[in-house]
Design a protein around this ligand. Structure first.
Ligand SMILES: *Cc1c(COP(=O)(O)O)cnc(C)c1O
Length: 486
């Protein structure tokens, strides 16, 4: 079966794990029991599941092979725009794994987990400082969850003023979670078009801002990788009509230590700790989407609040009558917060700023170098990511999807494609600050080679990827009839 060796040097058509093994083969050796056996009622134990019997080496090879068929940020460049797939230093994993943190039971009484509470309390204040806001709740488990929580806070605040506004303004460049969160919160999203510069115009916002609009959700920098330069003016006119300003802070990686959104009139914003603050993500692992708010919204934050008394003791406060309630078990996904705390503490203010500066520099370098290779959606300096279109590719019968698939043959994860929706055939590239000049140059060289292939050998792109374990999938069928065993 040597001819079936794949790119990873592994044999492809081996039997599946559960088709292998033999009766009586054992793959584990436990330390000798040092506690007395506790008899368990056999009715509670039930039938033993039918699992294959395998040796340790079978199991190790199986999982090692699976890990090699996968692609991660630890494999190569992963320039998935809007997702900030940067390298996450391993030291933060080690700290999150410290026994005192990883082993702390969420039901420990506060007096037995003062250290964990101190970490959460400090992290809240760091995030408030970075965003220029007054208070933070770490409870939401993801960006979308933060959006929902933030909008619930806004709705409760407006209700407290006796107002039942039913609409919210959302730019046409917004991430899909924005209108979805609004709808889930009972607010009708009203789309505001971005202008010819790819950002919001105050006049367009003014035209639709009325007394039935609860506020606006603005992503800054937006998903075109452009800074919303008129956010302050927009916030003023939304406030003048009694609305609140929500900022989607998923793209904070471009502005850490540079712009405090609170100074631009933002009332509430969420951050994605799993994008900006060193938690590996993708594949649906635990995330964290804290929200930071201005003082007038603090009473509405989820409970429990982490409070510190004058003697320096930490406690969990549940008695907050105006709170939107609980939105996550306990205090949220604690392990993600330890990583974020450790990331912020190890970088410090100067290096957080530098990380953002490098993220922006890398994106602009890439944009300049690829300018003539692909068509730029907006030909102006960008923030942390840049967006190209499929203009010119269609002449060769090639699509954005073909380019993305071909990049896999060159060893790179494809960028985000067909988003944002306002750009035709979008290719949205976010190199992040953790990539070296050499890696970015290799990516640029791959893009150039692919653009050349589009002209000379377009079929090659349409057939891509050719070097991965699986070729191009029928994604529609895969989504409708997922085969989870293969
Ligand atoms: C990733 C992202 C979100 C959603 O965050 P999740 O953690 O995936 O729920 C929202 N807005 C923008 C701009 C994003 O990039």
């Amino acid at each position: 079966m040597i001819e079936n060796l794949g790119t990873t040097g592994l044999i492809f058509n081996e039997p599946l794990l559960w088709e292998r093994g033999a009766e009586g083969r054992i793959g584990f050796s436990l330390p000798r029991r040092d506690v007395e056996e506790f008899p368990i009622d056999s009715a509670l134990v039930g039938d033993v599941p039918e699992l294959p019997e395998l040796s340790e080496v079978d199991v190790v090879r199986h999982y090692t092979r699976l890990s090699q068929w996968n692609f991660g940020v630890d494999s190569s460049l992963y320039p998935l725009g809007s997702c900030t797939m940067k390298y996450n230093p391993k030291v933060h994993e080690r700290l999150a794994g410290l026994r005192g943190f990883a082993g702390a039971h969420p039901l420990l009484p506060p007096e037995l987990c003062q250290g964990a509470l101190a970490l959460l309390h400090d992290l809240e204040s760091y995030l408030a400082e970075i965003t220029g806001m007054d208070a933070t709740s770490l409870q939401p488990a993801a960006g979308a969850h933060g959006e929902l929580t933030g909008l619930l806070v806004i709705r409760s605040y407006l209700k407290g003023r006796g107002e039942g506004r039913s609409k919210i303004l959302v730019p046409d460049t917004a991430h899909g979670t924005n209108p979805a969160s609004a709808a889930l919160c009972g607010l009708e999203p009203i789309v505001v078009s971005s202008n010819e510069r790819g950002i919001l115009s105050p006049s367009d916002v003014a035209a639709v801002m009325d007394a039935d609009v609860a506020g606006i959700m603005v992503t800054n920098p937006n998903t075109l990788g452009l800074f919303e330069e008129d956010l302050k003016a927009i916030a003023e006119l939304v406030h003048a009509k009694g609305g609140q300003v929500y900022c989607d802070g998923a793209n904070l990686n471009a502005v850490m230590g540079i712009v405090q959104m609170g100074t631009l009139g933002v009332d509430v914003m969420h951050l994605n700790l799993h994008k900006t603050f060193s938690t590996p993500h993708g594949g649906g692992g635990p995330g964290s989407g804290p929200i930071c708010v201005k003082r007038h919204l603090e009473p509405f934050l989820p409970v429990p609040r982490i409070v510190k008394d004058e003697a320096g003791n930490y406690a969990l406060a549940f008695d907050r009558p105006a709170s939107v309630g609980k939105i996550h078990a306990f205090c949220g996904n604690f392990g993600v917060m330890v990583r974020a705390y450790s990331y912020i503490r190890s970088l410090g203010p100067e290096d957080l700023k530098k990380a953002s500066q490098l993220a922006v520099l890398n994106a602009n370098y890439l944009r300049e170098k690829l300018k003539g290779v692909f068509h730029l959606a907006y030909d102006r300096p960008c923030m942390h990511e840049c967006v190209f279109t499929d203009e010119g590719l269609a002449d060769h019968g090639v699509t954005t999807l073909d380019v993305a698939k071909r990049l896999m043959d060159y060893g790179f994860h494809p960028p985000t494609i067909y988003f944002p929706l306002v750009v035709h055939g979008a290719l949205m590239i976010e190199p992040t600050e953790t990539e070296s000049l050499e890696t970015i140059d290799q990516f640029i060289a791959a893009c150039r080679a692919i653009a050349e292939e589009a002209r000379t050998d377009p079929q090659r792109l349409r057939d891509a990827p050719a070097k991965t374990k699986l070729g191009r999938l029928d994604e529609t069928s895969a989504a409708r009839n997922p085969c989870l065993k293969g």
